[in-house]
Design a binder for this molecule. Structure first.
Ligand code: PRP
Length: 217
């Protein structure tokens, strides 16, 4: 039988995930933790489970299309995808941060950027194009999201836009780039997500993995 595939996000979240893997007694092959390894698929101590390590947006893409049965990604990404094929099943309560609108400090722009209600149009740099569209549509503001893949905080400084929509955790990135948080759109934590079809067709095997995470979360 084909092995189950679990998609795990790269980056800072791995630090928070490792204690959960340990508690669940889920062990990855050594190369998984080796930064210089170019391997993409890793075996685990469970004979029917393999793991891939990809960007968090790609976790959602693989799970949405059923290429991965199970994934771990933030509620920000789940919201951005808003897909019926993705079931968020367990809140792991890790990777806590918030998705916020931010702008350059008023002394740098010469205008009070925190008064969003007065805007009829907003150009905003973000990875979260759909969330931005929906959020501003509700406020009757026409959004012009500009999609970037990272280092969003550089966009206002380079004159691309006045606003960004991005994750804020410690606030250090905003601070070091002379930006201020204007308003929080949502709180974010990481979830175990499952592909809808996998949940039906591989119910027993998928539920074993889900139970493993439930007991460790
Ligand atoms: C994330 C996010 C912010 C930063 C916020 O970026 O996009 O840039 O972390 O964290 P802070 O409030 O603690 O400074 P990440 O490090 O994932 O890299 P990216 O810019 O390439 O997305």
């Amino acid at each position: 039988m084909k092995k189950l595939l679990l998609a795990i996000p790269k980056g800072r979240i791995l630090e928070d995930l490792t204690p959960i893997f340990n508690k669940a007694n889920l062990k990855m092959e050594d190369d998984f933790y080796n930064e210089s390894s170019r391997k993409l698929i890793f075996s685990t101590n469970l004979p029917n489970l393999e793991v891939v390590k990809v960007r968090s947006f790609d976790v959602a893409t693989f799970v949405k299309f059923g290429a991965a049965d199970i994934g771990i990604c933030g509620s920000d990404v789940i919201e951005e995808f808003s897909s019926d094929e993705i079931f968020p099943l367990i809140d792991l309560n890790i990777g806590k941060c918030r998705l916020s609108i931010a702008s350059l400090k008023p002394e740098l722009t010469g205008f009070a950027a925190n008064n969003l209600e007065n805007l009829s149009h907003i150009r905003i740099a973000t990875k979260y194009v759909e969330i931005a569209r929906k959020y501003f549509a509700k406020q009757a503001i026409q959004a012009e999201p500009i999609k970037l893949s990272g280092s969003i905080e550089i966009a206002p400084k380079l004159g691309l836009c006045d606003y960004i929509l991005d994750l804020v955790s410690s606030g250090k990135t905003l601070q070091e780039n002379n930006m201020v948080e204007i308003s929080k759109i949502m709180d974010v934590t990481s979830f175990v997500i499952v592909n809808r079809a996998s949940l039906k067709t591989k119910n027993f095997a998928v539920n074993q993995i889900i139970d493993m995470f439930k007991n460790a979360a």
